[in-house]
Design a protein around this ligand. Sequence first.
Ligand code: 13P
Length: 248
Amino acid sequence: MARKLAAGNWKMNGTGASLAEIEALAKAYPNPGCDMLICPPATLLSRLSERTSGTTIKTGGQDCHAATSGAHTGDISAEMIADAGGSHVIVGHSERRADHGETDSDIAAKTAAVWRAGLVAVICLGETLAEREAGQTIDVVASQLSGSVPDGADGDNTVIAYEPVWAIGTGKVPTLDEIAAVHADIRSRLKARFGAAGDDMPILYGGSVKPSNADEIFGVADVDGALVGGASLKAEDFGGIVAALERA
Ligand SMILES: O=C(CO)COP(=O)(O)O
């Protein structure tokens, strides 16, 4: 049985002033009925990790290089994220696949790097609007799943996030039946490949999740939580999503 996780991806947003939001979140949810994770920009990770130490809020990175260290200007390694207090790393977000040309095999290598550092990989998958309209959603997501998730994935080291590209930051959300179909397909492929461990990996939905739609999304089978962008920046909004996940 997968643990429930409310994860926030701040993307390229936030400065030191934003840390107050997380203190408010920690105060409002001292003992949440789900796991909470915030992935701020790399500039804030260490400060955020210090502020959340002693709370139930976990922190993580938004990407990492596959190598441990070396001549890779502008990159950071999974070991550096661990050193800054992070426990998770998002890999394969569609914005990195699009902006940086990351392929499934790049993402598999990054995932292996995350595990090497003893951290949890949050592996993102999702179809574009053109792929959905062409009826290719299940095939695209299945192919990303098989190419991006290395052997050795289990419920302790891996979280899967299904994020339709066209639902990110747009206010558009698939129907509950559409979400259910993709999550069921991901779950059955995880079980076929990883056995019982496939049942333990949380599968998050991401894309325009808000307090107002979280209850219905969390009511869908095999939705174990959310990967939240815009609504993770304010404690009140993210708290509303945490509360919905607690109720689910
Ligand atoms: O991309 C996302 C999280 O990784 C989702 O972003 P929004 O919640 O802003 O749609």
